[in-house]
Write a protein that binds this ligand. Structure first.
Ligand code: GNR
Ligand code: NI
Length: 174
């Protein structure tokens, strides 16, 4: 397995729409292995393939707590169904928008149809952090980032600061 470089804003690649996977073979499984390793290394809870430059509809996630056993999840060609009309607010971050955090409202619950690591059809009923995270990742497949939901002013400020890529080890909540 290989740790890949995560692409950060501003970069047009992050705005590409990802394409459905035709078949889950060795190559796709190896990509999922690299993605999960890259995500764990970066201490993230989710990663979409486009974040490492591959425009395929593949997502990995692990929302287990630090003191819990790892629980890697793999989603290929995910489709969101039954978005709840109730919303919940989470402070979101993104490995492609490093160090910036902001509150985003999203449907509180949703169902996801997808193929797992072995190409088996599955349905996930998600709520809480799991629902927020899967929707954040699904946005990546459409070229959307969480900063797109913020005011133009906040978004511009974040992109401007990121393009000056100085080392910013701090945590900036906007
Ligand atoms: O690591 C991540 N944390 C996070 C927190 C709140 C809502 C969404 C996320 S996803 C993010 C990793 C990432 O950028 N995935 O695309
Ligand atoms: Ni992200």
């Amino acid at each position: 397995m290989t740790i890949k470089t995560i692409i950060t804003e501003p970069n047009k690649i992050l705005r590409q729409k990802s394409l459905p996977v035709r078949e889950i073979g060795r190559e796709e499984q190896r990509l999922m292995d690299d993605m999960i390793e890259t995500m764990y290394d970066a201490k993230g809870i989710g990663l979409a393939a486009i974040q490492i430059g591959i425009p395929k509809r593949i997502i990995v996630m692990d929302i287990s707590k630090n003191d819990e056993k790892n629980n890697p999840m793999y989603f290929v060609n995910p489709i969101i169904k039954n978005k709840n009309s109730e919303t919940s607010t989470y402070e979101e971050g993104c490995l492609s928008v490093p160090n910036f955090f902001a509150e985003v409202d999203r449907p509180k619950k949703c169902d996801v149809d997808y193929l797992d690591y072995n190409g088996k059809k599955k349905i996930l009923k998600a709520e809480g952090l799991l629902a927020t995270c899967i929707q954040h990742e699904m946005d990546h497949l459409e070229g959307v980032l969480f900063i797109d939901y913020l005011s133009k002013l906040k978004k511009t400020m974040i992109v401007k600061k990121l393009s000056k890529k100085k080392d910013r080890p701090d945590r900036i909540i906007v």
